[in-house]
Ligand binder design. Structure first.
Ligand code: UDP
Length: 336
């Protein structure tokens, strides 16, 4: 089995790469190293079954050639993170729409099965919980830049399912909920790496809004296991499938938990949304996935407890902070 993983050096993509290699599969990672990082795959330097192509998914010729030489395509490459989507809307909209269009066209050209990663953001502000895959979407107005990500991903879904219906292209759409674990960067706004970084540095842990908003966090190791299992499940073709944890926690409680797990004396500070993300920002109060479809298809869903995810991620971040110079050197050697 030879798979193409777009975004293979990203947070989730690099874990999927590891998981596929561990199964004895061959992996070609396509990544423009923008939000992805060489450090996420530096341990794979010299691996006989791993190849990195440092290009973006908008390079149509490259994508077409790689699609022609693999057996399955996992499309994970995207501009992600609320902060990045809000601050660089044009770049994120263009890149995400064009990238998926090109990947799907290449998959159709070579008749290769493809899994498209979408997002729980598409459920928007819906309060019809838990979110079921066939539910209506309630996305906010275009004056609020955050919703561009949801709209773009929803359009990706329409396009993928159009290929399935019109050309019988085997496609799977997965909606990833808040996925967390080692290698996640806090740079683009994600809450857990930011809270951990702040807790370890003894800086105030910044809770946005009231802190009463709730999320379910899924362990990245469980999520990539589910993604790979779905790729081997013919009944998943033509389907949209949620992947996420189901245990809810408020962001204020999360701040306490991180502080405790990191053994930190950091204060917890509440910041209004408009100070964090600018005016006209909207957040959703709760986000919970329905996972019956996922369980029916592959027999499991992400269940690793949040405490163990936090301990593992804290250990990882401590290790990274201790040897930034050495890992930078290894990354440079890998490129050469
Ligand atoms: N958040 C926070 N402090 C931070 C980063 C995020 O309180 O430093 C909040 C954010 O406003 C949201 C929740 O944590 O309510 C989860 O944010 P994230 O960006 O990780 O994911 P989202 O669920 O918003 O896609």
């Amino acid at each position: 089995m030879h798979v193409l993983i777009t975004g293979g050096c990203g947070f989730i993509g690099s874990h999927l790469t590891d998981h596929c290699l561990a199964a004895g599969w061959k992996v070609t990672a396509l990544d423009d190293l923008s939000t992805g990082s060489l450090q996420n795959v530096v341990h794979l330097a010299g691996h006989p079954n791993f190849r990195l192509v440092a290009e973006g998914t908008t390079s149509a010729g490259v994508v077409d050639e790689l699609a022609g030489s693999c057996d399955f395509i996992f499309h994970l490459a995207a501009v992600v993170g609320v902060r990045l989507v809000v601050n660089r809307s044009v770049h994120s909209i263009e890149n995400n729409l064009q990238g998926t269009e090109i990947v799907l066209r290449a998959a159709a050209h070579h008749r290769k099965p493809v899994l498209i990663t979408s997002t729980s953001e598409v459920y928007g502000k819906s309060v019809d919980l838990p979110y079921r895959e066939d539910a209506d979407l309630l996305i906010g107005p275009p004056t609020c830049a955050r919703w561009s990500y949801a709209c773009g991903k929803a359009l990706d879904e329409f396009l993928a399912l159009g290929y399935w219906r019109e050309q019988k292209l085997p496609v799977i759409v997965v909606r990833l909920f808040n996925t967390v674990g080692p290698r996640q960067s806090g740079e683009y706004g994600m809450v857990i790496p930011n809270f951990i970084r702040q807790a370890l540095a003894g800086q105030p842990i910044t809770v946005f809004g009231s802190g009463r908003q709730r999320r379910c966090f899924g362990y990245v190791g469980d999520v990539v296991k589910a993604i790979k299992a779905l790729s081997q499940t013919p009944a998943a073709f033509g389907e949209i499938v949620n992947i996420g944890g189901t245990s809810e926690i408020s962001i204020a409680e999360l701040a306490q938990l991180v502080k405790h797990a990191a053994g930190s004396a950091a204060a917890i500070e509440y910041i209004p949304y408009h100070d964090a993300y600018g005016p006209s920002f909207q957040d959703m109060h709760r986000r919970v996935p329905a996972v019956d479809k996922l369980k029916r298809l592959i027999g499991f869903c992400p269940e690793t407890p949040l405490e163990s995810i936090l301990f593992e991620t804290i250990d990882w971040m401590r290790a990274v902070q201790q040897e930034p110079a050495r890992s930078g050197l290894r990354a440079a050697a890998h490129v050469a």
